[in-house]
Design a protein around this ligand. Structure first.
Ligand code: PLP
Length: 349
């Protein structure tokens, strides 16, 4: 979490806050026109505050930048019933990674067929709930899931699936959130052949319909290049699958990971560049003679929820020690080497 430290009686730097945030010399911060002090008084602290207009704007930006793609909001970034309603109203799908997220979405009225279920360790409950509620697609993340899922679907059933592949690309803001390389727990590697092996096993299960390949390179990616490299790898695999099995996959899911600034001046992913460089006729290299292009799917999460939200705390104590100032708040603690802090606000990730 990034904490914004606001020196007394000066305006705060609101560059990473929701666009509607305003400040006054007296420190009267507002978001969406509502004074934060009023929210703290009414709802108590700590409290998460989301700017609905910003969430909707960000979702629309995606829809407009990628008019031919399917945009799934990655629920793990932040989910509540209002977020589900806004996703439905803005025409987005949902990416969920647990039965709990799925149930929340569906009981809020979200159409289950617009939901994609992820997870590297799906529990029997996750799979049962997904099948019971009629989830659109399930993303296979390990070989053992194939037989389990096929058995749960039953010989007369039908379930659309994708396979999460690991393209062997290192990208992301920190090694712990890089999931495009072979040495981590998500997905099936293209390099060692596990992905291809899993695909063949899925093709042997008539009740499972393989609709596409998925990859998620990691989070806090601020360059377009890794995405373009990932498309090339996935498209290469699609072409080989076509040659070897006559398989034409209609979907290519590039996951999320679009980086945002946590502090003023930090880089963010240039969405327009991503959309422009991928082009509206995305992804060209996948063109197989006489076959339609795969449809692009993207799964932005943090980039929608993060800049649209703040966490509001009350300061409980301020302590100067050595070169540091410790600010204890009622939802955690912030440390700074800078001048004393009179307020703290934390953009949510
Ligand atoms: C499969 C998948 N899709 C999408 C996302 C969303 O990533 P971000 O919030 O960085 O956009 C994640 C995050 O971990 C993920 O695992």
């Amino acid at each position: 979490m990034t904490t914004v430290h606001e020196p007394a009686a000066t305006s705060a730097d609101l560059s990473v806050w929701p666009a509607s945030a305003t400040d006054s010399p007296r420190g009267n911060l507002t978001v969406g026109g509502v004074p934060l002090v009023e929210i703290a008084d009414r709802f108590g602290t700590p409290v998460y505050i989301l700017d609905e207009a910003e969430v909707r704007d960000r979702r629309r930006t995606y829809r407009d930048a990628f008019p031919d793609a399917e945009v799934l909001y990655a629920a793990k970034a932040f989910l509540c019933r209002a977020m589900v309603h806004w996703a439905a109203e803005e025409g987005l799908g949902l990416d969920v990674c647990s039965a709990g997220e799925l149930e929340l979405a569906v009981t809020t009225g979200f159409p289950a067929d617009r939901v994609v279920l992820h997870g590297n360790a799906k529990s029997p409950r996750d799979l049962d709930t997904a099948l019971r509620l009629g989830v659109g697609r399930i993303v296979i993340d390990s070989p053992s899931e194939i037989a389990r899922l096929a058995a749960a679907v039953g010989p007369d059933g039908h379930q659309k699936v994708m396979v999460r592949v690991v393209p062997g690309i290192s990208a992301g803001g920190h090694e712990k959130i890089r999931t495009g390389t072979d040495d981590q727990k998500f997905g099936l590697s293209i390099a060692d052949g596990y992905a291809q092996h899993a695909i063949v096993r899925i093709l042997d299960q008539p009740q499972l319909e393989l609709t596409g390949l998925h990859c998620h390179l990691g989070s806090q990616i601020t360059s377009v290049k890794p995405y373009l490299a990932a498309v090339r790898r996935l498209v290469g695999l699609m072409s080989r699958l076509h040659e070897q099995h006559g398989l034409i996959l209609p979907e290519l899911d590039l996951g999320g990971g679009h980086g945002i600034a946590y502090r003023s001046g930090e880089p963010a992913l240039d969405l327009t560049a991503l959309a422009a460089r991928s082009g509206r006729n995305w992804p060209k290299p996948a063109r197989q003679p006489g076959s339609p292009l795969p449809r692009l799917i993207i799964e932005p999460g943090r980039v929608i929820a993060g800049p649209a939200g703040i966490a509001l705390y009350r300061v409980l104590a301020v302590k100067h020690t050595g070169g540091r100032v410790f600010v204890a708040v009622d939802g955690g603690r912030a440390t700074t080497r800078a001048r004393p802090c009179t307020a703290s606000g934390t953009p949510r990730a």
